[in-house]
Design a protein around this ligand. Structure first.
Ligand code: AGP
Length: 348
């Protein structure tokens, strides 16, 4: 059906539906989140692997950071396909959290089956009710983004981030309603569409790009790089900001845009050294974050986003990244709904 639509119609529609998906998930998945929390508490689970592939792996990294920052759990995010190599010898206290929008990717389904065989309990977070993953895991949280048709995941990533926040807030007895603010701010980013399109126009011919983020913006940098690859066919890599100084900066020049994702002024301060270095080699920096005078010194283009709590910022930040990738894709004459070499669900 995708072919009958104009190029990118699904991706644009779906990324626009993200904020409502976040609200729907918040309103409709609370009991499932509560059941997941009860499992962790009643079974005294203390350590977890969080697994996913592609975009779902980036959500896993976000959840890893939240649980590490705000709870006593010891967690490690790893690609679902690698789980077999990491399965702990001592299984007591361990559980698995598996992210998958489809609930059908072979890598995640196989990983949960391995966990089941070894007696490791699992919580899945999927956007597809009734999917294999919901059936084989111990508990399932079903996000409510609605069906996603474009190959490039957008709204389903938004709700994966929301589910991470819900689970963390539930485990720490915080008010989950705060997450509404992230959805509202993400909705405001959608209104910046024209501005983001203008910036995309400037960089549409780029062959390479880098995406950087620190702290909770790091998984967003990873996700932005993936969106640019699959939707816009730009070779892009995401890094933690200062990691960029440890080798990759060798590749920047005036034709290499660098997208910088920032959750707070403090995060920016920690990034100044890297920005100075990037500026030295004339690479244009596209700043995505809360209004900052300091950023004006080092950055070329600005997508300014209302400042909300740090841990909520990734939801609006990624909306800017999705819009940027979408516009570049369409401006390059590509169809981001159906990249030629990809399928929506990777099975083998
Ligand atoms: C996302 O834009 C990609 N199409 C891809 O990386 C995807 O996230 C990955 O294949 C995992 O899919 P899943 O979430 O359905 O398991």
């Amino acid at each position: 059906m995708v072919n009958k639509m104009s190029k990118g119609e699904f991706m644009f529609k779906e990324l626009s539906e993200g904020p409502q998906g976040v609200i729907n998930t918040l309103e409709q998945a609370r009991d499932e989140v509560l059941n997941a929390k009860k499992l962790v508490e009643e079974k005294s689970l203390l350590k977890s692997f969080i697994i996913g592939s592609g975009t779902s792996f980036h959500a896993s990294v976000f959840l890893q950071m939240l649980l590490t920052k705000f709870t006593d759990l010891h967690v490690a995010a790893i690609p679902a396909s690698e789980f077999k190599e990491w399965t702990p010898l001592v299984r007591k206290d361990y559980f698995l959290i598996g992210y998958s929008q489809s609930g059908e990717s072979s890598d995640i389904v196989e990983a949960v089956k391995i966990a089941n065989d070894k007696g490791i309990l699992s919580i899945s977070i999927t956007n597809t009710p009734g999917s294999t993953l919901t059936k084989i895991s111990t508990r399932a949280i079903v996000t409510r983004a609605g069906e996603e048709k474009a190959v490039a995941a957008t709204k389903t990533f938004d709700v994966q981030l929301a589910a991470a926040l819900m689970l963390t807030y539930s485990l720490t007895n915080k008010d989950q309603n705060k997450i509404r603010k992230a959805a509202q701010t993400s909705e405001k980013v959608l209104q910046l569409g024209e501005k983001i399109k203008e910036i995309a126009e400037k960089y549409k011919e780029s062959s390479n790009a880098f995406t950087l983020g620190r702290g909770l913006a790091y998984p967003i940098a990873l996700e932005a790089a993936l969106k640019l690859k699959e939707a816009a066919m730009i070779h892009s890599e995401g890094f933690a900001v200062r990691e960029f100084l440890h080798g990759p900066v060798q590749l920047v020049d005036e034709n290499t845009p660098v997208l910088l994702f920032v959750t707070s002024e403090e995060g920016l301060e920690e990034s100044i050294k890297a920005l100075q270095k990037i500026k030295q080699y004339n690479a244009p920096v596209i700043y995505v974050g809360p209004k900052s005078y300091k950023a004006k010194e080092y950055c070329t283009d600005f997508i300014e986003i209302e400042k909300i709590d740090d841990e909520l910022m990734p939801i609006p930040l990624v909306k800017a990244a999705q819009l940027f990738a979408y516009h570049i894709s369409v401006l390059r004459g590509l169809n981001p709904d159906k990249p030629t070499k990809l399928s929506k669900v990777v099975t083998y």
